[in-house]
Design a protein around this ligand. Structure first.
Ligand SMILES: [Zn+2]
Length: 164
């Protein structure tokens, strides 16, 4: 029950960017000594982008047990570990607060990147002195690369490779 409740809350906070799995053996996400390999992790967040485990949430157990092996293995694997008190309900805001510093912002889409770059940089066409626009090649051998394209294109065919 407690797990279900916590899982639902986690889904709402992080479900868009992460696959959240519960009851995952330690050895699935981090290398560990044999005796700890089957130790269970309550919740593991797997990034949807990389499918890598990036964060573990453990509910504090009623019975005190030695979990230092988990700490060590996760720290070595570069996976962040959070411990939550075992409660009958979890508020979305408290979980969000806990994970806020951790959750990545979704990666900027190409359009957003162009918008961001464009506000910071502008360039004048060497041929006709018009302003140039930053565009991303969507086909051909340069797909994905950014180019300055003259605003007067196609009248002016001036194109330059964008460099940082
Ligand atoms: Zn031009």
């Amino acid at each position: 029950m407690v797990e279900q409740c916590c899982l639902q809350t986690l889904q709402q906070v992080a479900g868009e960017e992460y696959h959240i799995r519960s009851k995952v053996a330690l050895c699935v996400v981090a290398s560990s000594h044999k005796k700890d390999a089957q130790q269970q992790l309550d919740f593991v967040l797997f990034s949807k982008k990389t499918s890598k485990a990036t964060c573990v949430i453990q509910l504090q157990s009623v019975i005190k047990q030695d979990e230092s092996a988990v700490d060590t293995a996760l720290a070595k694997a570069g996976i962040r570990l959070y411990r939550l008190p075992r409660k009958s309900s979890y508020s979305i805001s408290s979980i969000r607060q806990l994970l806020d510093s951790y959750l990545e912002k979704p990666a900027a889409t190409p359009d957003e990147m162009i918008a961001t770059i464009s506000t910071k940089a502008f360039r004048q066409c060497k041929k006709c002195k018009s302003l140039m626009e930053l565009k991303r090649a969507s086909a051909g051998p340069h797909t994905g690369m950014l180019f300055w394209v003259c605003a007067e294109y196609p009248e002016c065919a001036s194109v330059e490779l964008y460099t940082e």
